[in-house]
Design a protein around this ligand. Structure first.
Ligand SMILES: Nc1nc2c(c(=O)[nH]1)N(C=O)[C@@H](CNc1ccc(C(=O)N[C@@H](CCC(=O)O)C(=O)O)cc1)CN2
Ligand SMILES: Nc1nc2c(ncn2[C@@H]2O[C@H](COP(=O)(O)OP(=O)(O)OP(=O)(O)O)[C@@H](O)[C@H]2O)c(=O)[nH]1
Ligand SMILES: [Mg+2]
Length: 459
């Protein structure tokens, strides 16, 4: 744990660029010297004071609000000074430079990305999952993602992790106590309903894992790649989903070369939709590069939308080309990645039949788009209940899956008739360690470095 006497740090806390108000924030062992130099008067704790911010020669840099949050009652848990100025990039740089100059003797330096929040974590103001939720709230790309990050920040996720941990500790105490009385061990465990406790733990964990999966989906979204032969209507589909003319559409096959992507949201789930060059054998060197890029996108897809052109469904050669492409697609993709078959231009071929598992679509008129959006949500694994979801990261899911693995091992040892109580105890210990990685009670320093370095500057 970091002592409250850490090096003072400073940064512009607001977004770069122009804004109505901009904030320079200082945090560290004592900011009094900076208050004296820049504000020129005493500040009442946690009270906004309107005053001129002074340069070294006494001239005003700006007029604004200064707030002093004496330690430990601040965002970081350290002494914090906030200067709320007018939000111009130059005035804020001047103000930051002035603070650094006034704080030279204190060793004041510019903060690393995420360093304020890292200090809040190290000073026990928030746990690691909450710190991550702050970054996720700032980065949220949909309303549902922002709401679920808010729930994590308020501690909803951490509370569930703590409940699991407490139940785990109960069971561990029981098993450890039994280890000390080997003669009566199995009776003892049975009387105390160790099996029931473990069952309930596993059931609770399954619920947490399910909600965390939904939260990770809200945070990350899925990557949906549109693929198919030239002229099938891929770019038209991207435009229809995005509700904007993003990609060039022409009747000329081979129009798209560059990858065009847009994030859309369906019920708050971000879908990163990617339009690609039509797949065919081509001698055009530019088109060939486009097709290579298309394959690159396909290989990284979470789901592929394969477009057929219904107006050509009478053409046997076209059907054979689609079948060949689909087979090649499957070779490039892991089995778990779904390929949805869409039959486009339904408006121009009203009589053409569509296989049962395919979706009929008109990118031009927008017909079938709603059904497609619902299919994409299903494919993503979204179960519409965003109210209870908290934001989660891949890191959290991995930890929860490890907990699950250890609990399954533990269940096997317990069912084994108590022959291996020490192994049972060890699995429970490992499960607890994996759990506490989520809230950061048990997290390696280098991992912390990676997590906080991804924050924006000033946070
Ligand atoms: N101006 C401003 N707005 C901001 C922040 C900030 O630092 N400054 N925040 C930051 O990024 C967020 C708010 N986070 C904060 C968290 C704790 C405390 C704080 O003073 N905590 C004390 C007192 C708590 C209380 O009175 O209940 C404490 O924890 O002891 C302040 C802001 C969003 N808005
Ligand atoms: N009637 C009809 N025409 C469509 C539909 N979707 C696309 N088109 C037309 O088909 C032609 C090709 O559309 P694009 O969206 O450019 O096709 P693409 O698959 O992106 O083509 P490439 O970029 O060349 O691979 C254009 O003339 C579109 O207007 C549709 O649903 N109905
Ligand atoms: Mg195109």
């Amino acid at each position: 744990m970091l002592p409250r006497t850490a090096d003072p740090i400073a940064a512009i806390a607001t977004a770069p660029g122009r804004g109505a108000v901009g904030i320079v924030r200082v945090s560290g062992r004592s900011v009094q010297a900076i208050v004296d130099a820049v504000c020129g008067r005493a500040l009442r704790p946690r009270e906004a004071t309107y005053l001129p911010f002074r340069a070294a020669d006494g001239s005003p840099i700006d007029q604004g609000l200064a707030i002093h949050f004496p330690a430990p009652h601040s965002y970081t848990g350290e002494d914090v000074l906030e200067l709320q100025a007018h939000g111009g990039p130059v005035v804020l740089q001047l103000l930051l430079a002035r603070c650094l100059e006034a704080g030279t003797a204190l060793g004041l330096r510019v903060a690393e990305p995420g360093e304020f929040t890292q200090r809040a974590f190290l000073n026990d103001k928030i746990d690691l999952a909450q710190a991550e939720a702050i970054a996720d709230l700032i980065d949220a790309s949909t309303e549902a993602a922002a709401r679920s990050a808010g729930r994590s920040l308020a501690g909803a996720f951490s509370r569930e992790i703590h409940q699991l941990r407490d139940a785990l500790i109960q069971l561990r105490m029981l098993v450890e106590a039994t280890l000390d009385f080997p003669e009566e061990e199995i009776d003892f465990l049975q009387k105390a309903d160790a099996q029931g406790q473990l069952d309930r733990l596993q059931a609770t964990l399954a619920g947490v894992l399910q909600r965390a999966r939904q939260g990770a989906l809200l945070r990350e979204g899925i990557k949906v790649v549109i693929a198919g032969q030239p002229n099938a209507g891929k770019s038209s589909l991207l435009n229809a989903l995005a509700g904007a003319e993003l990609a060039i559409v022409t009747p000329i096959p081979g129009t798209t070369r560059d990858v065009v992507s847009q994030t859309i949201q369906v019920e708050g789930v971000p879908l990163h939709v990617i339009d690609t060059a039509g797949l065919r054998d081509s001698d055009d060197p530019v088109e060939k590069i486009g097709i290579e890029r298309a394959w690159e996108q396909i290989r990284g897809a979470d789901a592929v939308l394969f477009l057929h052109d219904l107006t050509r469904s009478g053409d046997a050669a076209d059907g054979a080309a689609d079948a060949r492409l689909l087979a090649t697609l499957r070779e490039h993709l892991p089995a778990a990645v779904p390929v949805l078959q869409l039959w486009n231009k339904a408006d121009a071929a009203p009589a053409a039949a569509v296989p049962a598992e395919g979706l009929r679509l008109s990118a031009k008129l927008g017909d079938g788009l709603q059904a497609l959006r619902q299919r994409l949500l299903e494919v993503a694994g979204w179960q519409a209940a965003p109210e209870g979801v908290y934001i989660a990261r891949a890191r959290h899911l991995q930890a929860l899956r490890r907990v699950d693995g250890h609990l399954m091992e533990a269940a096997a040892h317990l069912a084994g008739g108590g022959q291996a109580l020490d192994l049972l105890a060890e699995e429970l210990r490992l499960a607890q360690n994996a759990l506490s990685e989520i809230t950061g009670e048990f997290t390696a320093d280098d991992l912390l470095g990676v997590i906080f370095s991804k924050f924006c500057i000033g946070k």
